[in-house]
Design a protein around this ligand. Structure first.
Ligand code: 5GP
Length: 134
């Protein structure tokens, strides 16, 4: 059975798109640590452990994530974009990109930020616009 992230990448489940290409997809985390918290996934690799990816796919995934992080940094006020790989909840490889003001912003025990659908849309559109400039 397809993972929820495969279904998101296919458009079967709605998401707030931040960037995409044929192989990878980036979208807003629905339960964000901060505004602009993005998830980056391979579309067609459902392995739940990033270090199981073959070396080429792994390298292309990080190259895509780098571009998305540059777009996030341009779109969302922050000191830098932090990176985290957990995969404790969703069994489909993904990279968290989290805009940081301080070290403690990248703590998954923090309370999550509540955003309206319009706020999600605005943030995702801003990131997508910056991504398309790169
Ligand atoms: P992890 O697997 O890395 O521990 O956490 C999975 C992340 O995916 C969580 O931050 C969670 O909020 C996010 N997430 C889980 N289900 C969905 C979903 O259906 N849509 C979106 N946009 N994010 C999700």
């Amino acid at each position: 059975m397809a993972t929820i992230f495969t279904r998101i990448a296919k458009g079967e489940i709605p998401s707030y798109k931040c960037a995409e290409n044929d192989e990878f997809y980036a979208f807003l985390d629905i339960n964000p640590l901060v505004r602009g918290h993005v998830l980056v996934i391979p579309r067609n690799v459902e392995d739940d452990y990033i270090f199981n990816l073959d070396e080429d796919t792994y390298s292309r995934l990080w190259a895509f994530a780098r571009k998305v992080a540059l777009a996030v940094k341009a779109a969302v006020p922050c000191k830098r974009v932090g990176v985290c790989v957990l995969g404790m909840e969703v069994p489909h490889t993904h990279i968290h990109l989290v805009p940081l003001q301080k070290e403690g912003d990248l703590n998954f025990r923090n309370p999550r930020v509540e955003l309206t659908p319009e706020e999600f849309r605005d943030i995702a559109d801003s990131i997508l616009k910056e991504y398309e400039k790169l």
